[in-house]
Design a protein around this ligand. Structure first.
Ligand SMILES: Cc1ncc(COP(=O)(O)O)c(C=O)c1O
Length: 370
């Protein structure tokens, strides 16, 4: 028995305590907390890292998607094509924009949008294609962009789980009309609270985003449009700046850890994460698939190992989205995946003894089962 939490963020903090504490002190001493130097510097630094021309900090990943949809010209009743196996906020953002989510099934191997199904879902009301780069890996984008061009649609990338992932040599988020990020604390680049970001190469979208996140203000108390309050505060921006310089190293650790997990779990009747040839997976989550998923989770839990399912109920089967009128069975791959997937504890600061206990316990489960 060993207590293995799904994630322990205190280890990352302790390893860089001086940098985080200094960033925090810098903001307190300057005593400027919203829309200031730290936010501006972070916007430049993260946009630059992504290879995008512009970047706008905002309040969360959900709001990044909401603001991006509006800035890309979505109007009430417009349709947005996305997937059912995502964090529900992807869909909430579409609802906030008064648009209609249209769901296509996933590719069962990568768990990302099955692009072969997209064309059939396009109607005259379709405005946006919104692929989700799930678990740290991008969707297959080449044919999706070809479709977008052919049908004159915009592409918004949900890169909330894909900080630093690539499609080819290009970083996730920077390919579409807009790319949206979450800095929820557990992300590969996480804040100490909520935060979000939209990057774009389109100066008009950038300008609209800046207005929308700050009450539609052009200058203090002059409002050009109806806007919101959704800003990345100075404290979070300062700490994200401190963390951004480590992101590549952390992503590389995640990739190496995934290789070690793969090697130790090979040969068991479980499906290991697939790394698509089209890009670099940054393993926000390490997700395996097993026909005995629930029994495996109980076995691990009884031995002190915490697991989480991302996500147990696809969006169309959630109570909140009954009004989509998509019946059970309509999106079979997403539904099957929801019954079989589980995310294991997985982060760069995991200790050797924890890794060893985790893989040994999984192997033990299958020895008992056989
Ligand atoms: C794929 C995806 N989209 C959207 C979100 C929403 O981000 P946030 O929690 O920052 O609002 C998340 C994070 O939970 C996510 O993983």
């Amino acid at each position: 028995m060993m207590n293995i939490p799904f994630l322990d963020l205190s280890r990352q903090y302790l390893a860089m305590k001086n940098e985080i504490d200094a960033a925090q002190a810098r903001v307190f001493n300057r005593a400027w907390f919203v829309l200031g130097e730290e936010g501006e510097a972070f916007e430049h630094e993260f946009a630059n890292y992504l290879g995008a021309q512009h970047g706008v900090g905002c309040g969360s990943g959900t709001e990044a998607l909401h603001l991006a949809l509006l800035a890309c010209g979505v109007e009430p009743g417009d349709e947005v094509i996305t997937v059912p196996n995502t964090a529900v906020p992807t869909i909430s953002a579409i609802s906030f924009a008064n648009a209609v989510p249209k769901l296509v099934d996933i590719d069962p191997v990568t768990y990302t949008m099955d692009v072969r199904q997209v064309e059939a879902a396009i109607t005259p009301r379709t405005k946006i294609l919104l692929p989700v780069h799930l678990y740290g890996q991008t969707a297959d984008l080449t044919s999706l962009f070809a479709l977008a061009r052919r049908h004159n649609l915009r592409v918004i990338e949900d890169a909330c789980q894909a900080h630093g992932a690539t499609y080819g040599s290009v970083r996730a988020g920077s390919l579409g009309d807009a790319g949206c990020f979450s800095f929820y604390p557990s992300k590969n680049l996480g804040a100490y609270g909520d935060g979000g970001f939209v990057c774009t190469n389109n100066p008009e979208i950038d300008q609209r985003l800046r207005l929308l996140r700050n009450y539609g203000q052009t200058k203090r108390y002059y409002h050009a449009t109806k806007g919101f309050n959704s800003r990345l505060d100075e404290l979070q921006a300062a700490m994200l700046r401190a963390k951004l310089v480590h992101l590549e190293k952390w992503n590389e650790s995640r990739r190496q850890l995934a290789q070690r997990f793969n090697a130790r779990l090979e040969g068991l009747p479980i499906t290991l994460p697939m790394q698509a040839a089209w890009g670099r997976h940054v393993f926000h989550l390490y997700v395996i698939r097993s026909a005995e998923r629930d029994q495996l989770c109980s076995f691990l839990s009884a031995r002190g190992i915490q697991t989480i399912i991302h996500y147990p109920v696809p969006v169309h089967l959630q109570e909140a989205y009954r009004d989509l009128h998509i019946p059970a069975g309509a999106l079979p791959e997403a539904e099957k995946a929801a019954r079989e997937i589980v995310s294991l504890p997985f982060y760069p600061e995991m200790r050797e003894d924890e890794i060893e206990f985790l893989v040994t316990t999984i192997r033990e489960f299958y020895q008992k089962a056989s």
